[in-house]
Design a protein around this ligand. Structure first.
Ligand code: CO
Length: 207
């Protein structure tokens, strides 16, 4: 990135030109195909963190993934934005693999482990404080602070995947016989690897 911050945005536009030219060279049909329709196989709910770009870390291309991102990859049942993405992804695009992907070192989760603070982000991560309270016993037993932080990241993903599996959209899809999978994954900033938490939901279960 250039020294002059005033012109930072121009770097993006220049890189876009290079990228477009390269894509045209490597796959001449790509833009023609993508301009007609989209058939993504995956729906991704991830953190807004700049270090966790879904397509890059999964080696996927434009058109492969329907994406929703917010701070700390939350699935809040009153979030019309998230629900619209899930509704469109499941009911219109016919996606069967829904992935909630968090990441170790998540600032949102970290903030929820600290003292209360003001502002919108504080409200947004409010639920993580409740999740930490629900799992207080397990978390308190982890002496090492970083390991406790890692574990809360994993628990948060598992809880968000669970909440996603409880939405009317997902329950209705299962009721209609759809073979829908809700996965819970965690990405490692330190090694670039995704860990499958093994909390996949494939049917409606009573709580
Ligand atoms: Co994060």
């Amino acid at each position: 990135m250039p020294e002059n911050k005033e012109d930072l945005h121009k770097t993006l536009l220049a890189r876009n030109q290079e990228w477009s030219a390269r894509m045209h060279r490597e796959n001449p049909e790509l833009f023609t195909e993508l301009s007609k329709h989209q058939h993504p196989f995956f729906l991704w709910i991830g953190c807004a963190d700049s270090r966790v770009p879904p397509n890059q870390i999964t080696g996927t291309m434009p058109g492969d993934m329907f994406i929703h991102r917010n701070i700390a990859n939350m699935v809040i049942h009153t979030d019309l934005n998230m629900l619209s993405v899930v509704d469109y992804g499941v009911n219109v695009l016919g996606i069967d693999h829904l992935i909630v992907c968090g990441h170790y070192g998540c600032g949102g989760v970290k903030a929820a482990m600290g003292p209360e603070f003001g502002g919108a982000a504080s409200y947004w991560i409010r639920e993580i404080r409740d999740i930490a309270r629900m799992h207080k016993e397990e978390l308190d037993a982890i002496v090492d602070e970083e390991k406790r932080f890692d574990r809360l990241v994993e628990i948060n993903v598992a809880e968000q995947a669970y909440d996603l599996s409880r939405t009317a959209i997902v329950r209705d899809a299962w009721a209609k016989g759809r073979n829908l999978h809700v996965h819970g994954w965690v990405y490692g900033l330190k090694d670039g690897l995704i860990k499958d938490l093994g909390v996949t939901h494939t049917r409606y279960t009573e709580a």
